[in-house]
Design a protein. Structure first.
Length: 158
């Protein structure tokens, strides 16, 4: 059974679209500053950070606005593009909860800069608990040694 998990449109706009557009504008502004020889090390640093945000949100799709999970595949969608993984193609999967927010970090196969890494805010998704249960079942079936959702990526000291 195919199920679609989607963020509310307001969350998508303010948490995904706005940062992506603003980072693209900052990168363009820094490029213009470099071309006119008005750039400084500060503006280059800000431009570099904005480029990383743009790559992360737009190119890598690591903040998808829709997840479709069926009987044989999972697909992450955003900005009219998608990354699709059939369950047969998944050799490694890891889901890790962060310590200070209610988000989770999902890595599929050999996750790199441009694919395989996804930040999911399960509380904001419609039926996020069902997606979590499906992902845990997939982890158990495909890579049971990586079932570490209960472990945190940051450990608190005292």
């Amino acid at each position: 059974m195919t199920k679609e998990f989607r963020y509310p449109s307001r969350r998508t706009f303010f948490n995904i679209v706005v940062p992506t557009v603003l980072s693209a504008l900052v990168v363009l502004y820094v490029i213009v500053m470099v071309m006119t020889n008005e750039s400084s090390q500060t503006s280059l640093s800000i431009g570099g950070l904005a480029l990383l945000v743009f790559l992360d949100h737009f190119i890598a799709l690591s903040h998808p606005d829709k997840i479709v999970m069926g009987d044989s595949s999972i697909e992450f969608m955003g900005f009219n593009r998608s990354h699709r993984y059939s369950f047969e193609q998944i050799t490694r999967i890891n889901l890790r909860k962060t310590a200070f927010t209610k988000s989770a970090y999902l890595r599929i196969n050999d996750a790199g800069l441009l694919n395989g890494r996804y930040w999911l805010q399960l509380d904001n998704l419609n039926d996020g608990d069902e997606l979590l249960a499906r992902l845990n079942a997939l982890i158990e079936a495909k890579h049971p040694m990586m079932k570490n959702f209960d472990r945190r990526s940051f450990t608190r000291t005292k």
